[in-house]
Each structure stands twice: as structure tokens, then as C-alpha cells.
Design a protein around this ligand. Structure first.
Ligand SMILES: [Mg+2]
Ligand SMILES: [Zn+2]
Length: 192
């Protein structure tokens, strides 16, 4: 039986950037991000971007600029034969009370509907406990915290923001996260 799984990747602090939001044209992928994403592509696992972009709602830049930034990022991935299967983002500010801003799981439910996913078989990789890991916990996905971006801070100074939640794995970076996910999937196949 085919398990309808996917990997959801946070953007800032996980596949590039600094952790905090930034202008879409300033965002840079980490050097290792394309090869990590290509590894998932080659395994036949869907890869989705899963990102809060509240700076749209807060008026820092327009949604059009955000989309242009995504396009530039996808062009960079394509130069390394890597691709995303989709991009899910929240453009709202907190006051709008939307259901898509992480740690809400509206975007995950949307992806589940659109791609027929089994969320329990999915993975979320992110650097922020209070948004990425909390969303994973609510949605019942597996979760990998990366130490890049705000990852170290999530494990120390901001641990109180996600008390009681333990990631399935804490990885040095996205590359190590993808290695762990690959092994985890292999192990599931060998026991079933
Ligand atoms: Mg992040
Ligand atoms: Zn939203």
C-alpha cells in the first residue's frame, strides 16, 4: 500500500535565511538545502514549503513580491535539479485571526485535502518550537527540529513556548533532518 506522506519544510531558519522573516529578495537558501530537497524528490516524497509570511499582512511588502521571491527560490532549486511540490504560506498578520498561521494547522489540512495525504505519515521540519513543532503536534505529524535559524533558541531560551512537546528528532540542519527522515521511512517499510 502506498503511504501518502509528504515533508513540510519551514522556510526561514530551516532551508535558508536567518530565522526571522525577511524581504523575499534578500532570502538565500542554505548551500545544503537544494541537495537535501533533491534527496526527498529522488525518494518520491512530496515536499511542501510551509511558512508564515506575516510581513505581507503587516505591510512590509506585497504578496506579489512574496510570490516573486518564491519564484526566484524555485529557480535556484531548479538549477540543482530540486523542486518543491507546492508552497503553503500564511500572509496574514496576527490580528486577522486566521486559521493558517502556524502554529494553526489550516495549511496542513488544506494540503491534506489537495494531495490526499495521511498527516500521521508526514513530517514537519522547522527551527521554531512554538510554531513549527506546535503545529506538528496539533496535526499529528512527525516532527524534526533543526538547530539552524532559531533552532538552538527553541531548545533553550524559548523552550517554554512548546513545553511538553518532544520532537522525534533534533537535527544539526536540514541535510541531517533529511537523512533521518529517509532512515525512518526505510525502517517503517522493513517492519511492515
Ligand atoms: Mg523558521
Ligand atoms: Zn493566515
Amino acid at each position: 500500500m502506498t503511504v501518502l506522506r509528504a515533508v513540510f519544510l519551514d522556510r526561514d531558519g530551516t532551508i535558508g535565511g536567518t530565522g526571522g522573516g525577511m524581504h523575499p529578495f534578500e532570502f538565500q537558501l542554505y548551500d545544503f538545502a537544494p541537495v537535501a530537497i533533491k534527496t526527498l524528490n529522488d525518494l518520491g516524497i512530496k515536499v511542501f514549503l510551509f511558512t508564515n509570511q506575516t510581513r505581507v499582512g503587516r505591510g512590509f511588502f506585497t504578496e506579489k513580491v512574496l510570490l516573486k521571491g518564491f519564484k526566484l527560490m524555485e529557480e535556484e532549486l531548479a538549477r540543482h535539479d530540486a523542486f518543491l511540490d507546492g508552497i503553503y504560506y500564511c500572509p496574514h498578520n496576527l490580528e486577522e485571526g486566521c486559521t493558517c498561521q502556524k502554529p494553526n494547522i489550516g495549511l496542513l489540512l488544506q494540503a491534506k485535502e489537495e494531495h490526499g495525504l495521511n498527516l500521521e505519515a508526514c513530517y514537519i521540519v522547522g527551527d521554531t518550537g512554538g510554531s513549527d513543532m506546535l503545529a506538528a503536534s496539533k496535526a499529528g505529524t512527525k516532527m524534526v527540529l533543526v538547530r539552524t535559524g532559531w533552532g538552538e533558541g527553541s531548545l533553550t531560551k524559548y523552550r517554554s513556548h512548546w513545553l511538553g512537546i518532544d520532537p522525534d528528532y533534533v537535527a544539526k540542519d536540514l541535510l541531517e533532518a533529511v537523512e533521518w527522515i529517509s532512515l525512518d521511512i526505510q525502517n517503517q517499510h522493513s517492519v511492515s
